[in-house]
Design a protein around this ligand. Structure first.
Ligand code: ZN
Length: 818
């Protein structure tokens, strides 16, 4: 193995890559995290959240896992049963993650009860393990002859990875080997099957995770075979193994979803399923670091840039699309349909943590901070018992947290990171100490074998003042690196005399002999600022978001004077900052005077028209649904209150937005019909029915495309309902167009069994139109009813609903006579 090869100037085959070179070709500083067991967190912000995690979430997770059958599956496997398995085939992994979280709390806040409960569950898990070490309850109970036959979809290696992580955490917390031995037996079983050696088979995990987990197991056991196996699973990736496994011709194979498109070394951009992609990259950092594989690390840095500069939400989450739980194309960052899975935010934290340790560059801790305070903690409510899987940046008020999920990957993932948060704050190099995050508390570590202890005082993230006080008995010489957050525009500081800061990779570094009482203070002044997105992000075109320090804000409609859709924020909008200890667990709120515009503009038979006459007025608090529209078009000012994004959906259901327009968005009715001028009435409306959506001129492409707000009769199901248009002056028409809504697979809206178009005659009597075309209930198209001309001030659609279903209508146009 030549040095030339190791630094990546040639394309190495997997077998050529060194397992662990004696001397490093990688740059310094290659830091070590200060272990979370050495970090005490007393922050008013994180302390209560971690207590809630420890006292509420972890036990809620274990209870829910037991209820959902995760533990019962292990009992079935142990008893040799072939029936009764419950849940998706990756159920085991969620239990392992729940146990990993519990193990971290054992390490910091030991209780004999939790220790015993873990032993009970570990015993059940161990009893399900085969004599050959194999352990996966789905395949043991349901499909014992299908082991290792579908690596792409079956999650066996993914589940194993989570077992390894949990077992290592448990071993480190308790020094007991009961769980670790299960992991070792399973890892040996996997190692006996997969590898480059003769007689072993090819393959890698459809859902990466095992790569980084094997590195943990290698470090805990010292068994080099696990490092070698981790590398084997990583460096072959992209050889299109899944095409072979599923007999897909290579010219028809699309490997993006599983990161199996091209050799991992040639990967240039983030792709496919977001959690898989970021777990894989995290494993690549570990393996690159431990095997001196600079070419692999160069790939990670390249893909990191593509992710952070083109595919990252302002909240630090990734993966815009529900379709593949992942990426689409660069700059595609929609807000209402943002997927941003909570697990993907966890994965971003894992990835940036590893990169920060390897390179000692503050840009990684910056991203970690963005994710930590926004897209990550939004995943759990304030009580710690309801969770987001999907984290949109805009909601009509219908997206809520759940107590549990059929696919329960996210809740235990939040719990394990929250329980080990201390691990992500500080790091040490040979002669250096890095402060990456600002969290009140203290920590102990050693530099060159000498004890170092530091206290941190701060009210972060609400206040940017941070004070570091050294507290070791004997002086120690080292370089203290303090991260300067990328958002901080205005920084002041104090340091002991003679300590001069050098700017290094986003840090300020002080080299001196530190002694007890030495104090460094920083004030990262926090001003609320309006944030712009790159112009290529079409979803945020003409919009701004609000950020203060590391915290991204949002508006929930319940806090506003005007309806959220009418609010806009001109660039000169000013905010005042107020800390409200009682609101949402204690938060800093931003208050200001925004502007609003509620100006419907009809475009029927017009290409140009004067700006519509409006009233300019100060509004008073409006009810959430029927707005100033009632009192005519209006523009004016409205008081607004912004709350941290992570706290949304902790109160009553309410529309929410992170990005707001900078200029008024006039409500344009671009239809060729006369419905824009009509008043809409329904036979029944529920809290989430929006009557005016039926005539908003936003035309659907598909019946199943939910526009966020919709006109429908749900939850009235079956029976007859109607929706009517009434006009101030008579209209003359021979043509109506209707576009049905249908959310099969998601909700309870379907087209009607039958329907009828009626008009009101001079006497106020409803009469059916004399139609010459059939009343179709076809989906994904405009249904046209041509009828004899009528002159009327009111029309209505009567529907007969399917049993157990409600009718929803995207649009209804009433076209004028030529
Ligand atoms: Zn998840």
């Amino acid at each position: 193995m030549s040095l030339l090869c190791a630094i990546g100037t040639c394309v190495c085959s997997a077998a050529d890559i060194p397992e662990k070179a004696a001397s490093s070709v990688l740059p310094e500083p290659r830091l070590q995290a200060v272990p979370f067991t050495q970090v005490k967190i007393t922050s008013d912000f994180w302390g209560p959240k971690r207590d809630t995690n420890r006292l509420a979430s972890i036990s809620a997770n274990l209870d829910n896992l037991e209820k959902a059958g995760n533990i019962a599956n292990f009992k079935l496997a142990a008893q040799g049963k072939r029936e009764g398995y419950s849940g998706p085939l990756f159920m085991d992994s969620d239990l392992y993650k729940g146990l990993e979280a519990a193990a971290y709390t054992l390490a910091t806040d030991y209780t004999p009860e939790l220790d015993a409960e873990m032993d009970r569950i570990i015993q059940i898990i161990a009893s399900a393990q085969g004599a050959d070490g194999y352990l996966n309850t789905y395949f043991t109970v349901v499909e014992p002859d299908q082991r290792w036959k579908n690596l792409r979809d079956a999650h066996e290696l993914y589940c194993a990875g989570h077992l390894f992580e949990a077992a290592v955490a448990h071993y480190q917390a308790t020094n007991k080997k009961n769980f670790l031995n299960v992991a070792i037996k399973l890892a040996d079983c996997i190692d006996s099957v997969f590898g480059d050696e003769p007689g072993k088979r090819a393959g890698y995990a459809g859902h990466p995770e095992i790569e980084l987990a094997l590195i943990k197991l290698w470090k805990a056991t010292g068994n080099d075979r696990y490092l070698k196996l981790a590398r084997f699973f990583t460096v072959h990736r992209g050889e299109k193994f899944f095409a072979k496994e599923h007999n897909i011709p290579l010219d028809q194979y699309v490997g993006d979803y599983h990161q199996d498109k091209d050799s991992i070394y040639n990967t240039t951009s983030i792709m496919g399923h977001a959690v898989r992609a970021a777990y894989l990259l995290s494993g690549c950092v570990d393996i690159g670091r431990e095997t001196q594989d600079e070419e692999l690390l160069r790939m990670v840095r390249r893909v990191w840039k593509n992710t952070v500069y083109k595919n990252l939400y302002i909240t630090g989450g990734i993966g815009p699309s529900a379709h593949n739980e992942g990426f689409t194309e660069d700059y595609d960052l929609p807000n209402a349909s943002a997927y941003q899975e909570t697990c993907a935010s966890v994965a971003m934290i894992l990835l940036n943590h590893r990169l920060g340790l390897l390179y000692g560059d503050a840009k990684y801790a910056d991203v970690l901070e963005r994710t930590l305070y926004n897209g990550f903690i939004s995943g759990v409510n304030l009580e710690g018992n309801r969770f987001f899987y999907v984290n949109p940046l805009e909601s009509s008020g219908s997206h809520h947290r759940s107590a549990w999920f059929g696919c329960a990957c996210c809740p235990p993932n939040v719990a394990r990171l929250m329980a080990s948060l201390g691990e992500y704050l500080y790091a040490t190099g040979e002669n250096s100490l890095y402060v990456n995050q600002f969290v009140q508390g203290s920590f102990k570590t050693e530099i060159k074998g000498k004890p170092v202890k530091m206290h941190v005082e701060t009210d972060y993230p609400w206040d940017g003042k941070v004070k570091f006080v050294m507290d070791m008995d004997d002086p120690v010489e080292f370089e203290l690196f303090v991260r300067i957050p990328s958002w901080a525009q205005n920084v002041s500081k104090t340091a002991p005399s003679g300590a001069n800061a050098q700017k290094v990779r986003g840090y300020e570094a002080y080299n001196r002999v530190w002694k007890k009482g030495d104090t460094v203070t920083y004030n990262f002044k926090m001003e609320p600022s309006l944030i712009l997105a790159h112009p290529n992000v079409k979803a945020d075109d003409g919009m701004v978001a609000i950020q203060r320090g590391s915290v991204v804000y949002c508006l929930e409609e319940m806090d506003q004077e005007s309806t959220l859709k009418d609010i806009y924020l001109p660039p000169e909008t000013k905010f005042t900052t107020k800390h409200d200890k009682k609101l949402l667990g204690g938060i800093t709120v931003l208050e200001g005077e925004a502007r609003y515009a509620n100006v419907p503009v009809l475009w029927l038979n017009q290409l140009y028209q004067p700006f519509p006459g409006t009233q300019h007025k100060k509004i008073t608090k409006l009810s959430s649904k029927e707005t100033v529209a009632k009192s005519g078009p209006a523009m004016g000012t409205a008081k607004i209150k912004a709350i941290p994004y992570y706290t949304w959906d902790n109160r009553e259901a309410s529309p929410m937005k992170v990005w707001l327009p900078m200029a008024p968005r006039l409500e344009a009715f671009a239809s060729e019909g006369m419905e824009g001028a009509a008043t809409v009435t329904l036979s029944f409306t529920s809290h989430n029915c929006y009557p005016n959506r039926i005539k908003d001129g936003q035309f659907p492409k598909k019946s199943n495309q939910h526009p966020g707000q919709l006109t429908h009769f749900w939850p009235h199901k079956g029976g007859e309902e109607w929706v009517s248009y009434t006009w101030n002056a008579p209209v003359e028409t021979t043509l109506t167009r209707v576009y049905w809504f249908d959310d099969t697979g998601v909700g309870e809206c379907r087209p009607p069994v039958s329907w009828l178009l009626e008009y009101q005659d001079d006497q106020g009597q409803w009469k059916a139109v004399d139609a010459s075309t059939p009343y179709s209930v076809e989906l994904d198209k405009w249904i046209e009813i041509t009828h004899k001309p009528v002159v009327t001030k009111a029309m209505r659609i009567k529907v007969k609903q399917q049993d157990k279903f409600a009718v929803g209508i995207h649009e209804w146009q009433v076209i004028p006579l030529d």
